[in-house]
Design a protein around this ligand. Structure first.
Ligand code: AMP
Length: 414
């Protein structure tokens, strides 16, 4: 029979990798929990409508990348491609606006996007994310950025860069788009033909051009950051001052855009030069318009998401604590099978990690196996019980009931 493989763009988390992920999770727990963020878990699938509204009908994600299926009863469901819309849905569904605001939540969950797989880009991937719902303050944005920055630093994610900008309001963006389009039209003969052809379609693209002529033209172009309304500009200054005070370095990048109307004010993205083409490690920003779009009252909110696989690739070595085995219970003869089984159970109840011989090895084979596991002690159970200290090689006979107390005392079996 041909072997069945994991679907394209997916991967198995094998035990060594699971250990690194557990380290990442415990760092996230400490960093985010320490700032009052509490864990939330939402379903792996949601009503398709949630993402159509909450991610945006016109986005690549909704247009091309969603795993959507009929639940059999004519209802369209979608494997979640991202976490913000589901968390906001949960906030509204559970009346969390009645709690003290902001409600600060974090998650670590798998997400699904039908993208072309490559290193750092998968069809099932994990993100850790944080959302603060119910606060408009610059402190909320700055705190969120500092928390992601600290998580990356704790993990040893290498060569990170933070790009920062502000999008103002949808209205400012609309006016700015018209101004930029007018500028591009007026300078049409100083743009590359590709950029010139796309002026009406996507004027922001002109900032990404690589040819020298277009770049020179764009140096004189108006920027959104230069057009912010006074209260938005003030909010951005406040975010920047808080980041400066916290010693978080960033580059202003007026090209950082999010295509959707519900994004407002702060946007940011962390990249790592240690990654290849897929250099985005995590990012986010303020989305004051989203909760209303999902049927709630207008509610200011801010958050980010970061990719676990990319953080782990860019982190290189992570110190993973070795797995300890306190006791390996070996069988000296079949007669001891029941006592051996119970000894392992008792040892675990006493708080020791204990493993039992399960493969019918010879006694020699069992000792070799225990050594490979790094077991501190081996109890050889037959008519008699012998306890061997694997580090010193000492071995003594003793009562079955004395095995666990002896290990707990850590005595040298003198
Ligand atoms: P986004 O939700 O698109 O803003 O992505 C946030 C972060 O999730 C990115 O910076 C990546 O680290 C990670 N990410 C997004 N899409 C994928 C994917 N297909 N595979 C792996 N990681 C991803």
């Amino acid at each position: 029979m041909p072997l069945i493989q994991a679907p394209r763009g997916t991967f198995d988390v094998l035990p060594a990798d699971a250990a690194r992920r557990a380290v990442l999770q415990s760092h996230a727990e400490r960093v985010l929990g320490g700032a009052g963020y509490r864990r939330i878990e939402t379903p792996a699938f949601e009503a398709t409508e949630l993402f159509a509204r909450g991610v945006g009908e016109a986005t690549d994600i909704v247009q091309h990348e969603m795993y959507t299926f009929d639940d059999g009863g004519g209802r369209s469901l979608t494997l979640r491609p991202e976490g913000t819309a589901p968390v906001c849905r949960a906030y509204l569904e559970h009346g969390m606006h009645k709690l003290p605001q902001p409600v600060k939540l974090w998650y670590l969950s798998p997400f699904f996007r039908a993208e072309a797989p490559q290193r750092g880009r998968y069809r099932q991937f994990w993100q850790v994310g944080a959302e603060a719902i119910g606060s408009p303050s610059a402190e909320t944005d700055a705190e969120l950025i500092v928390l992601l920055s600290e998580l990356l630093a704790t993990l040893g994610v290498r060569e990170t860069r933070l790009r920062l900008s502000s999008l103002g309001t949808p209205r400012t963006r609309l006016e700015y788009r018209e101004e930029l389009t007018a500028y591009l039209r007026a300078h049409r003969d100083q743009l590359s033909p590709e950029v010139a052809a796309r002026i009406e379609l996507n004027p922001m693209r002109a900032f990404d051009a690589t040819d020298a002529t277009t770049r020179r033209t764009m140096e004189g172009a108006p920027t959104l950051l230069g057009r912010l309304a006074p209260e938005d500009a003030q909010h951005f200054v406040a975010v920047r001052e808080l980041l400066d005070g916290a010693g978080v370095k960033y580059e202003l990048d007026p090209r950082l855009v999010r295509g959707l109307d519900y994004y407002t004010r702060t946007v940011f993205e962390f990249t790592s030069d240690a990654l290849g083409a897929q250099s985005g490690v995590g990012g986010g920003g303020r989305y004051d318009g989203l909760l209303e779009l999902l049927g709630g009252d207008p509610t200011p909110a801010s958050g980010w998401a970061a990719g676990i696989e990319r953080m782990l690739i860019a982190a290189g070595e992570l110190p993973v604590a070795p797995e300890l085995v306190d006791l390996f219970v070996a069988l000296g003869s079949r007669d001891g099978a029941r006592e051996a089984f119970e000894l392992a159970l008792d040892a675990r109840r006493a708080g020791l990690s204990a493993q039992l011989e399960l493969a019918g090895r010879s006694l020699r084979g069992q000792l070799r196996h225990a050594d490979r596991l790094g077991a501190r002690y081996v109890a050889i159970v037959a008519d008699q019980v012998a306890l061997r200290n694997m580090e010193s090689g000492e071995q003594h006979e003793l009562e079955l009931a004395a095995v666990i107390p002896t290990i707990l005392r850590g005595s040298r079996l003198a």
